[in-house]
Write a protein that binds this ligand. Structure first.
Ligand code: HDD
Length: 744
């Protein structure tokens, strides 16, 4: 029996509507071909031309679903893609169905190996503009004043798989690809300025220890388990990095609110061939801010994509995150130390009090990715992607990285031609003699991909430094013998962790103590806990004693002298005020609330560059009159972790005892006073040190939640405008720090 194929849709011109205006998504499945939705204005594909007008090879036209008719991979139009070819509607599927085979085979191969570390990430496009202040120390052309260079930045967690939660306690990757006119420069850094190990040979050890246990593959994306603590307590050069992880830096509020660090010391070279040593820093314009631990854990359940969503939404809304790039500069002396700090030791920082971070440019992330796989997943960073003016040092950790990143892309991206993938294509002209290989997409012409040659006219020629070639700095190598050992200057593992600890404010110290106590209480091996306490004793007595008391163990004595250290204020996240752009303010209201006040609060929040979200008993809108107010969250879908601050609308009659009654009417499960879900919102936000406000009889809600109207960071006022003003001021300090440590 044969079945007649249904007629293919007509291709005549009149089946397509004329030029599209804004097309709204149809409610029902469309039956006639229409033009695809136009791309959003802020969504750009890979740059097709560099700043100097050179073609980059990126292909803007290769967009999926850009035409009316579905085709096979070979471009043949399809009439049916919902049913396999069968012998009768209820009969067996025929092996001759080549469309079925093509579709399923391609699907079977949609995944590539995830990154062995930093598998979970989120990325965005942007631009970097040099200030011109680095000219004295580096000849890199992208640092010149007002030169605008496209960038692509990928943020990541280190330990978790690609589908793991965002707000786990972990180091965050901060990798930036600068598509400069002199070739691509990758700054592959982290949000923590030091690393667990001093030599790349130990990298598989630290990663094996930190990844889930090999027998059960648990726990996912966490350091709170025996193998991690076993390793870092035995391998004390990890102490500094581990302490940063246990601090608030391990649970950032947002990728937009993280510092970034190049970690290693680099060598910068100017046009005269003079060199200095330097460390790179990214400083976020929004300040460095973190979650608190309970909040981070709740978010992992409520919204595992919290950081990814935050970055995407901010860019979508036009709140473009910005970072200043800065450098700490040191003389390039033969011993490569600065004031006693070995600059080749990646477990050490140079405190900003010893030498300041000098700003050299500004990065703005202004466009989201269009396709996660094509861009975020396929982007390939490599610390060896350097441009003239930026060179490496003999840091043994960096040396191993120079090997590892190239190697990993070959297995991850399926061959040596990953630089041809659009997101990885340099914006500078490429004229290499690399040929063939898996996934070769270039059609190279010419017959002489070798040099010297005469058949291609001798091309391509080598350039020389005067013509922009990358020339390694001629550093003198000391006369020495081959050894497998660390220098003596690498052996101090405790004085800088102590410096970090002493630079923390009281609430930050409390968070660190809580973090160590939590993680070690998750371990089973007594020996691991006891050994870690010995490490902590060498950082600080109070830290050790308090963690020991949380573990129910005696606190050991230090085995090194606990030297006083000058605290470095740059290490603490407290004590300043910051812009509030992009902060999320929840406005709790119901239909009986002061809706004029809600409207004015929304406007004030928007005017301050923040995001208002109205939370009401049910979805839809509140009120009519001067315009209905859209409800974005209901009492059932709202959870405190989504908001940086909460404002509760009172009733229009100040002093009226209406709030409890209103909430009872609005569906309080108990029918006795404020809805418990609203009380949970407030009490959680309070515990997490968030700014809280309300006006008029919202005071009763705060009473019911047991929150005093004049506690730190709480502003219950007589008017909506006063409440929003005070809450905005409190948000600038990020949290009501006075509520800690007692609140946790
Ligand atoms: Fe690494 C990825 C940062 C040491 C080997 N690393 C990776 C990423 C970041 C860092 C941000 C993710 C890049 C992306 O988004 O695609 N890694 C660091 C920093 C280090 C460091 C700041 C120390 C200062 N890494 C390090 C060592 C080795 C590696 C010592 C190996 C010897 N790293 C890798 C890797 C990855 C990687 C296996 C996984 C995926 C990739 O490279 O592309 O090659």
């Amino acid at each position: 029996m044969t079945t007649e194929p249904p007629p293919a849709p007509s291709t005549s011109g009149d089946s397509l509507p004329g030029k599209p205006g804004p097309v709204s998504p149809p409610v029902d499945e469309p039956t006639r071909p229409v033009e695809p939705l136009p791309p959003k204005a802020d969504q750009r594909g890979p740059e097709t031309v560099s700043a100097t007008g050179q073609a980059t090879g990126a292909d803007q036209a290769r967009m999926a679903q850009s035409g009316a008719y579905l085709t096979t991979a070979q471009g043949v139009r399809l009439y049916e893609s919902d049913h396999s070819l069968k012998a009768g509607a209820r009969g067996p599927v025929l092996i001759q169905d080549h469309h079925l085979r093509e579709k399923i085979t391609h699907f079977d191969h949609e995944r590539i190996p995830e990154r062995v570390v930093h598998a979970r990430g989120a990325a965005a496009h942007g631009v970097f503009k040099g200030y011109g202040t680095a000219g004295e120390v580096s000849k890199a052309a992208f640092l010149v004043k007002d030169v605008e260079t496209p960038v692509f930045v990928r943020f990541s967690t280190v330990l978790g798989s690609r589908g793991s939660a965002d707000t786990v306690r972990d180091t965050r990757g901060f990798a930036t690809k600068f598509y400069t006119d002199e070739g691509t420069f990758d700054l592959v850094g982290n949000n923590i300025p030091v690393f667990f190990i001093q030599d790349a040979l130990k990298f598989p050890d630290v990663v094996h220890a930190a990844k889930p246990h090999p027998d059960r593959e648990i726990p996912q994306a966490q350091s709170a388990h025996d193998t991690f603590w076993d390793f870092v307590s035995l391998h004390t050069e990890a102490t500094h990095h581990t302490l940063w992880n246990m601090s608030d830096r391990g649970i950032p509020r947002s990728y937009r609110m993280m510092e970034g660090f190049g970690v290693h010391t680099f060598r910068l070279v100017n046009t005269n061939g003079e060199s200095v040593l330097a460390k790179f820093h990214w400083k976020p314009k929004l300040g460095v801010h973190s979650l608190v631990w309970e909040e981070a854990q709740l978010i992992n359940g409520m919204d595992p994509d919290f950081h990814r969503r935050d970055l995407f939404d901010a860019i979508e809304a036009g709140a473009f995150p910005q970072w200043e790039l800065g450098i700490q500069v040191f003389p390039d002396t033969p011993d490569q130390t600065f004031q006693g700090i070995d600059l080749l030791d990646p477990t050490k920082i140079v405190p900003e009090g010893l030498t300041p971070v000098q700003p050299i440019g500004l990065m703005t992330l202004n466009a989201n990715t269009k396709n996660y796989f094509a861009e975020t997943e396929q982007v390939a960073f490599h610390p060896g992607h350097l441009v003239p003016g930026i060179d490496i040092t003999d840091d043994a950790l960096l040396a191993g990285r120079l090997f590892s990143y190239l190697d990993t892309q070959i297995s991850r991206l399926g061959g040596p031609n990953f630089a041809q993938i659009p997101i990885n294509r340099p914006h500078a002209p490429v004229n290499d003699m690399l040929r063939d290989g898996m996934h070769q997409s270039a059609v190279h012409t010419g017959v002489a991909p070798y040099r010297p040659n005469s058949l291609d006219g001798g091309c391509p020629f080598q350039a020389g430094a005067d013509l922009g070639a990358y020339v390694e700095t001629a550093v003198r190598v000391p006369e020495t013998s081959k050894v497998r050992e660390a220098p003596a200057t690498f052996s101090d593992h405790f004085s800088q962790p102590r410096l970090f600890w002493l630079s923390m404010s009281a609430p930050e110290r409390e968070h660190i103590i809580a973090a160590y106590t939590f993680e070690l209480n998750k371990c089973f091996e007594q020996a691991v806990k006891e050994r870690t306490l010995k490490v902590l004793a060498n950082i600080d007595t109070q830290l050790c004693e308090q963690v020991a008391s949380g573990l129910g163990l005696p606190a050991p004595q230090a085995t090194v002298s606990l030297a006083p250290a000058d605290p470095s204020p740059a290490l603490s996240q407290l004590g300043k005020t910051w812009p509030v752009d992009g902060r999320v303010v929840g406005i709790v209201a119901d239909s009986d609330a002061d809706l004029d006040g809600v409207r004015s609060v929304r406007e004030a929040v928007l005017a301050a560059g923040m995001v208002p979200l109205v939370i009401a008993p049910v979805g839809g809108t509140l009120g009519s009159g001067d315009g209905p107010i859209a409800v974005q969250r209901t009492f059932a879908t709202a959870r405190s972790v989504e908001y940086d601050a909460l404002l509760c609308a009172g009733s229009p009659q100040p002093g009226a005892d209406a709030y409890g009654a209103r909430d009872a009417k609005a569906g309080s499960p108990t029918g006795r006073g404020p809805d418990p879900r609203v009380l949970l919102l407030l009490t959680e936000a309070y515990r997490h040190g968030k700014a809280l406000g309300g006006w008029n009889d919202a005071r009763e809600l705060f009473d019911a939640a047991g929150i005093g109207a004049d506690e730190p960071g709480v502003a219950v006022s007589d008017s909506a405008s006063a409440a929003v003003e005070k809450v905005t001021a409190a948000l600038a300090e990020h949290r009501a720090w006075d509520r800690f440590p007692a609140a946790l």
